[in-house]
Ligand binder design. Structure first.
Ligand SMILES: CC(C)(COP(=O)(O)OP(=O)(O)OC[C@H]1O[C@@H](n2cnc3c(N)ncnc32)[C@H](O)[C@@H]1OP(=O)(O)O)[C@@H](O)C(=O)NCCC(=O)NCCS
Length: 188
């Protein structure tokens, strides 16, 4: 039995749905783009087989509850990105968030639409208390998105990632459920 059973989240322009085996080509397109992977924690994919492996891991994570990854899909069915809650620490009601949007769709505020839906699910159905993000210090667009969603910058961890022969620091952001609720219900 899956710990995460398939569901969808609907936003004004997007459907967020579970990843499927048929998404391999779209995911390969996303994760083989060196520009999109510039601040990512692994190098761009080179082979379609990496997409199939990644989907296998995603399906396994639905089963064992280690990650909840949703595909961002346009009304015409095009998969343009993914948003993920992962590294669940259930005893402490916390996890991490990650996200990836295809470059042709940058600059249209799609992530500012997808992430709130996932975060609301995290603080609601998943009963999270805290969501963390670990981003590259030069990833300005990602910082802006997190700050717009009321994440607070909490610290800098030095030389945390080796990617493609380069070492990089991590900026750590955190969002508490009470801050999220205060932001979405400011009158309360
Ligand atoms: C990070 C990512 C989701 C951003 O999506 P995007 O559509 O390009 O973001 P936007 O264009 O909406 O930019 C977000 C904000 O940053 C601002 N911004 C973007 N680049 C900027 C720059 N170089 N300098 C200053 N501000 C910048 C935008 O003006 C926008 O601000 P606003 O919300 O006040 O309008 C997307 O670039 C992506 O998927 N990148 C690859 C994966 C990744 O890095 N994921 C994050 C790590 S977990």
């Amino acid at each position: 039995m899956n710990i995460f059973s398939a569901f969808e989240l609907i936003t004004p322009r997007l459907k967020l749905r579970f990843v499927e085996p048929g998404d391999a080509a779209a995911l390969f397109h996303l994760f083989s783009d060196p520009e999109a992977l510039r601040y990512w924690s692994s190098t761009p994919w080179l082979h379609l087989a990496q997409a199939a492996d990644n989907i296998e891991q995603t399906l396994k994570a639905y089963r064992d509850g280690t990650a909840l990854r949703l595909a961002m899909v346009l009304p015409d069915g095009e998969l343009i990105g993914t948003v993920t809650l992962y590294d669940f620490d259930r005893r402490n009601h916390r996890c991490q968030v990650g996200y990836m949007l295809a470059r042709p769709h940058w600059g249209q505020r799609y992530m500012q639409e997808a992430l709130p839906a996932l975060i609301a699910h995290g603080f609601g159905a998943l009963e999270l208390h805290r969501i963390e993000a670990d981003i590259h210090p030069d990833n300005i667009a990602s910082e802006r998105i997190l700050e717009g969603l009321h994440f607070q910058r909490e610290g800098l961890l030095r030389e945390r990632w080796f990617v493609g022969g380069e070492i990089s620091d991590s900026v750590i952001y955190g969002l508490l459920r009470k801050d999220w609720e205060a932001a979405i219900h400011p009158a309360r």
